[in-house]
Every structure is written in structure tokens, then in C-alpha cells.
Design a protein around this ligand. Structure first.
Ligand SMILES: NC(=O)c1ccc[n+]([C@@H]2O[C@H](COP(=O)([O-])OP(=O)(O)OC[C@H]3O[C@@H](n4cnc5c(N)ncnc54)[C@H](OP(=O)(O)O)[C@@H]3O)[C@@H](O)[C@H]2O)c1
Length: 320
């Protein structure tokens, strides 16, 4: 499926100007988030990197400034694993409106021991899903103050084969790290689609779009010293993988398109063109299991409870 708009074809290396707009990218100091921030900075927009480590964030902003002359890029401290810190992080943005937030930051664990956030939530569900859920609520007044803001949630191909266990969202029983990661990304994607339904029902100007980056490897990613250096050995070693996968610069393309392309609509899913794993961004049919509003609604209610969100008639106090 592709965009049905009669607008000129989207060019990942020739982006429209976005002067005057303000974008927040969570986890913008590394990987896909860094490349999304670098590409968005080249449009003239103000790009804020929301990062838990300000020293790493400053290294990333220096890299963007070195590559994008005149880049309007800055940082705020943002730790998605600490829900009580998010209101202060939003306050420290110092903006009167926000045109897009990219829910990019993510943690993927391998160890077999289940870990929890300081709030006691399973670390991947707590950071990837609950952190962004609570952040969205805190950001809603700023998003609503922009003419047509977007919430862009970065899901994962790994969520395609997963199903949520609504009775065990925190993976307390039979913890398996890969499954818990896939479910945390699935929860994020359910959230993105449910948010869109609630925004439309509330007559909001904000739209919610879900994207996934395909398979993006550091070894296929161009160097950005000092925080990412790809050696010649890694480059040659990864060459066979490039048949199916891509670098994180390309993994950022669906994100950037979802932020900037006026033809992209709320409730859409965007990912890479080739097998959903690599290539230029294209619109995908929403995966069957994601089109289950009852699951999404139950996850939403549970997430409100776990993050301490207050409910009103629209289901979320700050959405308007
Ligand atoms: N790479 C892929 O193939 C792939 C595939 C599907 C989906 N994704 C998704 O794409 C997104 C980016 O992936 P990536 O490969 O670029 O990951 P990455 O290189 O590991 O970067 C992850 C980013 O998230 C940040 N982060 C982690 N925990 C955080 C927290 N508590 N608060 C704030 N920031 C936090 C990290 O900050 P620190 O530097 O401080 O750790 C880092 O900036 C993730 O949501 C991931 O699930 C990636």
C-alpha cells in the first residue's frame, strides 16, 4: 500500500522545510533516534533530544551541529524509567507548543533475570510503554497548542508475532526477555492506535501515527564519532546482512516521514518498503491483531492505573 496523495514522491534525502516547528525525540542521543534528530534538524526545525544522560546527549548535539550548519538542536533530561520525573522534563522543555514527539527511546534486554524500574515496573514494559504513555499525557497541553501536532510511536517488527497477556502485562510469570521486549513494543503500538481513536473522539487537532524501523544494525550504520564508529571490519562483516537489513540512519526514515509528510494521517502504520525490514518508508496495512480495539482499550485502562493517570469522559484527563 502506498500513499494515495497526489503530492510529489517522498524523498528521504530531500525533506521539506520545517522552520518554526518544534520536535522532541526521546532517546535522541543514539541509534535511530540520533539519525531521526539529525535528519529533522536539517529541515530548520528546533529538535530537542530527550535523553537520560545529558553528557551523551551533548555529544550527539555536537555531532548534529557539525553536520547540519545552523542546526537548532538542544537537550532535555528525560528518564522514561522514572515516571515521577516526566512532568519536570516536560516543564524543562520551555516551549509553548510542540509539533511532534517521537517515542523512540527503547530498552531491549537479553539477560534472563527480570529487572524492574524504580517504580517497580518490568523494565522494558515500564520504559518503552508506560514511560511513553505517561510522557504523552504530560505533553498533551503542548501538543494541543500546535496547529496539527503528531505523536509518532516507534514500534517493532518483533511485535508482529507477539500477543499481549493482559493478565500479566509485567511478565511476572515465566519471564523471557525476548518475549517481554516484543510485548512491550506491541503495547506501544496498541497505544499509538488507541490514542488516535481517543484523539478523534475528543475532536483533538493532534494525530497519532505508528511506525517501525525494520531491522536496523549498528554495523550497517555510518559512523558518527565519537559515539558510533563503524570499523572497516564491521562494515565488510555486515555486508551479507545488508540484503535484508539496513543501518539506523535508514531505520529513521519512517519516523521522519511520519513527523513531516503532510500526506501521513493519524492511525496509519509506516515501515520500510522491502519485506518491512529495509528500504524507503511506505504505508503498511495495520497488522490484524493491532486492529483489536478491545485489547487496546483494556491496555489503556491498565496503563492509566499503573501510571496514576486520572480519567475523564474522554478516557484521559489531558486529551482535548
Ligand atoms: N534497531 C532495530 O533494528 C529496531 C527494530 C525494531 C524497533 N526498534 C526500536 O527503535 C527504537 C530505537 O532503537 P535503536 O536500535 O536505535 O536503539 P539504541 O541504539 O539502543 O538506542 C536506544 C535509545 O533509547 C535510550 N533509552 C533507553 N532507556 C531510556 C530511558 N529510561 N529514558 C530515556 N531514554 C532511554 C537510550 O539512551 P542511552 O544512550 O542513555 O542508553 C538510547 O538513546 C527503539 O524503540 C527500538 O525498540 C529498533
Amino acid at each position: 500500500m502506498s500513499s494515495t496523495s497526489s503530492a510529489p514522491p517522498w524523498k528521504v534525502r530531500r525533506l521539506p522545510a520545517a522552520d518554526g516547528r518544534v520536535f522532541l525525540v526521546t532517546g535522541g542521543n543514539a541509534g535511530i533516534g540520533y539519525f531521526a534528530a539529525e535528519q529533522l534538524s536539517a529541515t530548520g526545525a528546533t529538535v530537542v533530544l530527550g535523553c537520560r544522560d545529558l553528557a551523551r546527549a551533548e555529544v550527539a548535539t555536537a555531532s548534529i551541529r557539525a553536520r547540519v550548519p545552523g542546526a537548532r538542536v538542544r537537550t532535555v533530561r528525560l528518564d522514561l524509567a522514572d515516571l515521577s520525573s516526566l512532568d519536570a522534563a516536560v516543564e524543562s522543555l520551555g516551549e509553548r507548543h510542540l509539533d511532534a514527539v517521537v517515542h523512540n527511546a527503547g530498552v531491549a534486554l537479553d539477560a534472563s533475570r527480570r529487572q524492574v524500574t524504580g517504580d517497580g515496573h518490568e523494565l522494558m514494559f515500564g520504559t518503552n510503554h508506560l514511560g511513553h504513555f505517561a510522557l504523552t499525557r504530560s505533553l498533551m497541553p503542548l501538543l494541543s497548542a500546535a496547529p496539527a501536532a503528531r505523536v509518532v510511536t516507534v514500534g517493532s517488527f518483533a511485535a508482529k508475532s507477539e500477543r499481549l497477556d493482559l493478565d500479566d502485562l509485567q511478565s511476572r510469570r515465566d519471564y523471557r526477555p525476548k518475549r517481554a521486549y516484543g510485548r512491550s513494543k506491541l503495547a506501544q503500538m496498541y497505544f499509538g492506535f488507541e490514542l488516535e481513536r481517543r484523539l478523534r473522539a475528543a475532536g483533538s487537532t493532534v494525530a497519532s501515527v505508528v511506525v517501525h524501523p525494520g531491522g536496523a544494525l549498528d554495523s550497517l550504520t555510518p559512523s558518527r564519532p565519537p559515539f558510533h564508529v563503524r570499523t572497516a571490519g564491521a562494515r565488510w562483516g555486515a555486508a551479507p546482512a545488508a540484503v535484508l537489513l539496513q543501518g539506523k540512519h535508514a531505520g529513521a526514515w519512517p519516523v521522519v516521514r511520519a513527523v513531516l509528510d503532510p500526506a501521513v494521517r493519524g492511525g496509519e502504520l509506516w515501515g520500510p518498503r522491502v519485506f518491512g525490514l529495509r528500504g524507503e518508508p511506505r504505508r503498511e496495512p495495520v497488522w490484524n491483531h493491532l486492529a483489536e480495539p478491545s485489547v487496546a482499550a483494556r491496555l489503556w485502562d491498565a496503563s492509566c492505573g499503573l501510571t496514576g493517570a486520572g480519567l475523564n469522559a474522554t478516557g484521559w484527563g489531558a486529551v482535548r
